[in-house]
Design a protein around this ligand. Structure first.
Ligand SMILES: Nc1nc2c(ncn2[C@@H]2O[C@H](COP(=O)(O)OP(=O)(O)O)[C@@H](O)[C@H]2O)c(=O)[nH]1
Ligand SMILES: [Mg+2]
Length: 263
């Protein structure tokens, strides 16, 4: 049987990954698709979270701390490498859940996912035949021009390191006023608008650095399509799904298991 496509969810701590994964899985199920949720965060401490496959079955942050006498940060780093050693167990557990989509919630700290070699091993092993990375922009960080550019660079870093198709999402769009949403859309669609906003935002001595960074971003061309989504209001999930389908199936919809609810 063909392996289902895998989407990894990455973003800064608190960006909304865990909440989004759940909302998107619910949305998929409502559309008649099966979704398997994989939790790769060994430190998450939420009893209500019921992933189908859970790294905490093998690795728990509290145990790593106790066993190796590490503080919370050291334990996170050690655990990130241990996850890579358990990835085949995780993959086997995922295979026990036949499904249309596999959604992988990554560890809370983005630097563990973006910078450590272990993540490449995890993405390669779990990603299988088809995988993509959804990068969530936290509106609390994306609201200023420099914050927005920093998140673009972080997303580009993840793409550069892990070499997977990326979808950039604006999370928690229900918390963003309409005017700000329009401004963020302009920043993501028109390099000129972002350039103008950044040059207004930074003091003169930094202008050259900003200009060079923006030129780099412009050449990379990943600016278009920051999709506004809200897990809470369940909005933007259909657009996100279509963006994934464009990556996985050349835009074709999956065969729905039941009558689609699309208008
Ligand atoms: N208003 C609003 N809050 C959200 C949304 N998604 C997540 N949150 C909140 O943002 C916080 C961090 O979310 P979480 O999913 O744990 O982020 P993670 O660290 O990236 O996994 C929590 O308090 C969530 O309730 C959303 O769509 N709208
Ligand atoms: Mg989380």
């Amino acid at each position: 049987m063909e392996e289902p496509p895998v989407v990894f969810f990455a973003g800064t701590a608190g960006a909304g990954k865990t909440t989004f994964v759940r909302a998107f899985a619910n949305w998929l199920r409502g559309e008649g698709h099966d979704a398997t949720i994989v939790n790769l965060d060994p430190g998450v401490d939420d009893g209500a979270l019921e992933p189908d496959v859970d790294i905490r079955e093998w690795i728990r942050l509290a145990d790593v701390q106790d066993e190796y006498g590490l503080g919370p940060n050291g334990a996170q780093v050690a655990a990130a490498d241990m996850i890579a050693l358990k990835v085949f167990e995780v993959k086997q557990a995922v295979a026990l859940h036949p499904s249309d989509y596999v959604l992988v919630d990554t560890p809370g700290q983005i630097e563990l996912f973006a910078f450590r070699e272990a993540s490449k091993a995890i993405v390669d092993a779990l990603g299988g035949e088809q995988s993509a990375i959804a990068f969530l922009f936290d509106p609390a960080l994306a609201r200023t021009p420099t914050g927005f550019v920093s998140l673009l660079l972080l997303s580009a870093t993840v793409e550069f390191r892990l070499r997977r198709p990326m979808v950039n999402l604006l999370a928690k769009s229900d918390t963003v006023p309409a005017e700000k949403l329009a401004e963020l859309a302009a920043w993501s669609d028109e390099p000129g608008a972002l350039y103008e906003a950044v040059t207004r935002d930074v003091p003169t001595p930094d202008i050259q650095l900003s200009t060079e960074i923006l030129r780099g971003i412009d050449t990379m061309g990943p600016l278009t399509g920051l999709l506004p989504t809200s897990a809470q209001a369940a909005t933007g999930l259909d657009t996100f799904y279509r963006a994934c389908q464009r990556i996985f199936a050349g835009g074709e919809d999956l065969e729905p298991a039941q009558a689609p609810t699309d208008p």
